[in-house]
Design a protein around this ligand. Structure first.
Ligand SMILES: *[C@@H]1O[C@H](CO)[C@@H](O)[C@H](O)[C@H]1NC(C)=O
Ligand SMILES: *[C@@H]1O[C@H](CO)[C@@H](O)[C@H](O)[C@H]1NC(C)=O
Ligand SMILES: [Zn+2]
Length: 315
């Protein structure tokens, strides 16, 4: 018993030392919500934090940001996948040879896990916003630079991790690709609950339409949960994915932050609000549609037409 107590004290001390003490979302307890994260991990107050608001009028096109090469995204791995309620989100640990490369990434990045952020059945909850528009949910697929074998190492390198952000909106029809996840939700209602998913599904089926994957935004940022390591090359797809209202309700209204025996608190609003850009430039991929602000479009268009007319006349 003494040994056990000693062990528990030691673990608590370790947690404090590593700077990953108790953190939460304000919907669970305002005292440990996002405003307080910098007190438990100084990274969270850094200059390259995520998520951000993507302002279309301020992004800069980079023609080097070509298509992403997806490896192993197109078939269901034979290994089982563990989907769990980790007390902050619903997280699926990936196994099998899945990776991404190309698209301006300095190396191959191995897929580790994916998880979601959301609001509630009646409130939007994506982390990234586009022109201040928040979406109902956001999917994050987390990858690690292949030159590392542990996340601890990767988190020390600004190019250590690559996360794909997929914005999810709500429409009429069920999205069959999301059905296995939706139906597993009831089995992971409490923190620590998990299910083993077999058969699995191709990861590609969770992404936006194939023809739209070359349209994305890129910037240098951080993990959106403590310890907020500034080690992430972010790729946020322009095209959202659509799920049905019923799927949205089940995804957002089934899980709890709390574990067995605790007062149940619905897992609602598990997103961090947008962080200041602090001088960072958001890039748009070669194929992204870069819009101009209403005040700018007309003059640009006029200039284009004048130069076209001039060229025709000169010829
Ligand atoms: C989910 O739980 C139900 C019982 O509540 C069980 O019948 C079913 O097999 C479980 N599903 C998985 C994938 O474990
Ligand atoms: C990039 O992807 C888009 C959409 O899938 C496709 O139309 C285009 O041909 C691809 N470009 C290259 C260079 O492969
Ligand atoms: Zn996330």
């Amino acid at each position: 018993m003494k040994m056990l107590q000693l062990g528990i004290t030691f673990i608590i001390l370790l947690e404090q030392v590593s700077g990953e003490g108790q953190w939460c979302y304000s919907s669970q307890n305002p005292a440990c919500g996002p405003d307080h994260w910098k007190d438990i991990s100084h990274n969270c107050g850094g200059d390259h934090q995520s998520p951000i608001n993507i302002e279309k009028a301020k992004v800069k096109r980079d023609s080097d940001l070509g298509n992403i090469t997806f490896n192993g995204y197109d078939h269901a791995p034979s290994a089982e996948w563990k989907l769990m309620n980790d007390g902050h989100s619903v997280l699926l640990s990936l196994s099998g040879d899945i990776s991404i490369s190309g698209a301006g990434l300095p190396n191959t990045y191995k897929a580790l896990q994916f998880h979601f952020h959301w609001g509630s059945p009646t409130k939007d909850g994506s982390e990234h916003t586009v022109d201040s528009k928040q979406f109902p949910l956001e999917l994050h697929i987390v990858h690690m630079n292949a030159k590392y074998s542990t996340v601890t190492e990767a988190k020390k390198d600004p190019q250590g991790l690559a996360v794909l952000g997929i914005l999810i909106m709500v429409g009429e029809a069920d999205n069959p690709s999301y059905s296995p996840l939706v139906s597993a939700m009831k089995n992971i209602s409490l923190e620590g609950d998990y299910v083993l998913m077999t058969p699995t599904f191709p990861l590609e089926s969770l992404l936006p339409a194939h023809g739209k994957l070359s349209r994305y935004y890129r910037y240098q940022g951080s993990l959106t949960t403590p310890d907020c390591s500034q080690a992430v090359i972010w790729t946020v797809f322009e095209e959202p994915v659509t799920i049905s209202r019923n799927q949205h309700r089940i995804l957002t209204d089934t899980a709890h932050f709390s574990s067995q025996g605790e007062t149940p608190v619905k897992m609602w609003e598990n997103y961090r609000p947008p962080q200041p850009l602090k001088g960072r430039q958001v890039l748009a991929s070669k194929d992204a549609t870069v819009s101009c602000s209403p005040g700018l479009c007309a003059p640009v268009l006029t200039l284009c037409m004048i130069s076209l007319a001039a060229r025709i006349l000169l010829n």
